[in-house]
Structures are given as C-alpha cells and as structure tokens.
Design a protein around this ligand. Sequence first.
Ligand code: HBI
Ligand code: FE
Length: 289
Amino acid sequence: MDKQLTHVHDTPPPGAAPDWTIPQNWEAFTADEHAMWDRLFARQAEMLPGRASEAFLRGIDVLRLEKPGIPDYRDLNARLKEASGWEVVAVPGLVPDDVFFDHLANRRFPAGNFIRTPEQLDYLQEPDVFHDVFGHVPMLADPVFADYMVAYGKGGLRALKFDALKQLARLYWYTVEFGLIREHGALRIYGAGIVSSYAESVFALESDSPNRIGFDLARVMRTDYRIDDFQQNYFVIDSLDQLLKLTVETDFAPIYAANAMLPPISIADILPEDEVITRGTQDYATAKA
Ligand code: HBI
Ligand code: FE
C-alpha cells in the first residue's frame, strides 16, 4: 500500500474491531481539531446555499450539523437513524473494499476518525472526518439517497465476485463523490467530494473548463477518473429517484460483461451519443498539464 497514506492499514490496527470500527472517542478531539471543523464548516455553509442540492441542505438542517465542533456521533446518530435508519461509525482510515461495502449494505457509514491539518486545508488524499461527515452524511439523511447507498453496498459485494470492482467504483466516483443533479432547471451539487471542497464547489458549477454530461449508467462505469485534481467530466442526474431506480432495477452483470469487452473512456472524452449539457473548454486541465 502507498506509504504516503498514513491512515491505511492492511489488517484492523490495534484497538479496532474485526469490522475495522473504533470508538469515536469524541472527548479526545482537541480544541484545535474542533476549530478546524468550524473553519471548514463556516466556509462551506456560506457558499453552498444555491449550489448544493435541496437534499444536502435539508440534511444539514435535519442533522443539526451547524452545531459547533466535530459532531458527537451519539447525538448525530440519533437524528440520522430517525431520518433514514443509517448511522455513522468511526474507522481509523480507509478500510478494505469488502469491509466498506458490508458497512454500507448494513446502513453504516464509516468515517475517518481524524481531521486534516492546516497544511491540508484544501487538499488531502484520504477521507477525513470533515469529508466523510460533512460531505457524505447529509445526503444519507435523505431516504431515497439512503436506499441508493444500501443498494451500492450490496452491489459492491456482488461486483467483487464478478471482478468488476473497477467499474462499480466509477459509479461511486461519478455519483456519490462528484455527482451533479438538475433541480428546477439548474445544476446543483450532491457529490461529497465537491460539497466538502470550497474550490471544487465553484469549479464544478461555474467553470467553463469541465464537461457536464447527462448520466448514463453503462457509460459512467467505463469512464476513467482522476484523483489528483478537479474532475474534467461531471455527470448529471435528473433526480435521486432516477439513480435509485436504475440501481435497483438494472442487472449489472451484462453491463459488466459488455463493458469488459470495450476500452475505458478517457477522462475528458465526449461520445457521439452523450447528452452534452456543457461542452468544456478543458482550459483548466490543459494549463495544469
Ligand atoms: N474506506 N473509510 C473508507 N472510505 C471510503 O470511501 C472507502 C473505503 N474503502 C474502500 C472504498 N472507499 C472504495 O471501495 C470505494 O470508493 C469504491
Ligand atoms: Fe468520500
């Protein structure tokens, strides 16, 4: 495993349960760590109205995430369970794929039990508690999205058997992490990787650089992605119901098989059959390259 990822382990580290969970130990967070949460929260809370999807903003309210400091899961989970049957569990960092999927399938969202340092304010490679709880958990309070994530977890366990994890991981990437949704004729953010990032929240909606393409399940599962910078493609769903319905009513096995015969689609490619919402200039990516 990549030695740069300090929170990655191969087996549950000392103190972790066989399912990799650890006690949140909320009392152990320092004043500086709570202050880092508050700083990140204030920045996002100010810019997300009018940019984040209705479901996300509702989740922030329902879960009372505006309370100062890193949320205490005893509190948070009482509200989250009531809203959708989900709960947040603490983990030391990234967990193995099968462990991750098993948690999701059972309505548990694993959240990294650490917070970024001031040097990592705008970019870190591993999901910390701000990305996991602020980015992911509000959407999990939405009953439809909550069911989508359960379906995804079950699908993940099946994908491992079909050797199709790479394809299914792209679905996660382009929906759960970097998804856009159409609401009242405009685009809004619901992906956790965007809503937890100040710069990408603006870029994803307002930049001329990226492509914005109508969501197509098989197409998305063929599309490569980048983990080191803003996305060059965003995929747009029409509703959370569309996403859930597709996921529970589609037999993924024939798509996996058909896609396996085709080359992956490059990060910024547009296909003739795409529903192009915005044809990006790719100026941002070109300038960086
Ligand atoms: N572990 N803690 C944590 N968080 C993740 O998002 C995560 C993971 N392990 C594996 C994993 N994600 C991937 O399998 C998915 O992104 C597909
Ligand atoms: Fe994430």
